[in-house]
Write a protein that binds this ligand. Structure first.
Ligand code: G3H
Ligand code: ZN
Length: 283
């Protein structure tokens, strides 16, 4: 299938009470695991590429890999730039062919966040590119996030933000954080309910690695339509390679240990798809 944007897939998820997973991919192996597993489980899927990943390999490299894999798949696949903090990063992704962008102005004050998001919406919309904004701030530290601050999303401000920017989806902060949790986070479901009652566009949950299945299901039940997962994939990939190399000092063929890493990533992908309820939706 040709690549798609994320607008229709998220609206469908919203109407049918499931969430589309957005998996951060770093390389070809992770993209292969994500798309192959989504295809086997008949789930729509979003391949997310972070701003830092775009420093590791070019936007057109990621695009080429994802486009080739998607063309062999029979489920909708989107390629999305994750946590872009500036207009040039968005433009680089767009020129490469990305179908969806996140403009993350969450470190800015409300007015400046609205301004940068509006600008991105203005030049993306004519090309049918989906645009995710963020209001509030997801906590934690991942390679592309340098803030330790968690600021819960204010429901009225969220409604105002969506009205002023016309984003197609909104990332909200209800207690999750990027990276590895030291303690199980307590999610503010009351705030999620309020945001859902005031905001019509699909809502996005970041920092989903390490949440329990029950927390994820509750978030989906309460209106989250897209769930971002990066850390658990990285952990699965790296742990599998580390174990393989520890057990076999003589191996020198990357295909050997990459296959093991891909299997580990696929297991996480399959499990998340099932918890989010997106399996079987694209038969
Ligand atoms: O944008 C990416 C996600 O929010 C990643 O969150 O570190 O919990 O996997 P995670
Ligand atoms: Zn995130």
């Amino acid at each position: 299938m040709p690549l798609v944007n994320t607008t229709k897939m998220l609206i469908e998820a919203q109407s049918n009470e499931y969430a589309v997973p957005a998996f951060n991919i770093e390389n070809m192996e992770m993209a292969m695991s994500v798309i192959d597993t989504a295809n086997k489980l008949a789930s729509p899927v979003i391949c997310a590429v972070s701003e830092n990943a775009l420093k590791y390999a070019s936007a057109s490299t990621y695009f080429g890999i994802v486009q080739a894999l998607a063309s062999d798949a029979s489920v909708p696949v989107a390629i999305h730039v994750d946590h872009a903090e500036s207009v040039p990063v968005v433009l680089r992704a767009l020129r490469a062919g990305f179908t969806s962008v996140m403009i993350d102005g969450s470190k800015l004050n409300f007015r400046d966040n609205v301004n940068i998001t509006q600008r991105v919406v203005d030049f993306c919309s004519p090309f049918h590119i989906s645009i995710e904004g963020e209001l509030g701030a997801v906590g934690g530290k991942i390679d592309y996030i340098d803030s330790d601050l968690l600021r819960y999303t204010n429901p009225d401000a969220a409604a105002d933000f969506v009205r002023q920017t016309n984003v197609t989806s909104l990332a909200i902060a209800i207690g999750t954080a990027h990276g590895i949790y030291k303690d199980m986070p307590k999610l503010d479901y009351g705030t999620l309910d309020l945001i859902r009652s005031k905001v019509e566009v699909p809502l996005v949950l970041h920092g989903a690695s390490g949440l329990s299945d029950e927390q994820l299901c509750t978030c989906v039940h309460k209106g989250i339509c897209k769930v971002n997962i990066a850390t658990e994939l990285r952990q699965a990939y790296t742990t599998a390679i580390r174990e393989y190399l520890d057990n076999d000092e003589k191996v020198y063929d990357p295909k050997k240990y990459s296959l093991v890493a891909m299997k580990a990533v696929s297991e996480v992908v399959a499990q998340k798809i099932q918890v989010l309820g997106s399996d079987g939706k694209c038969r």
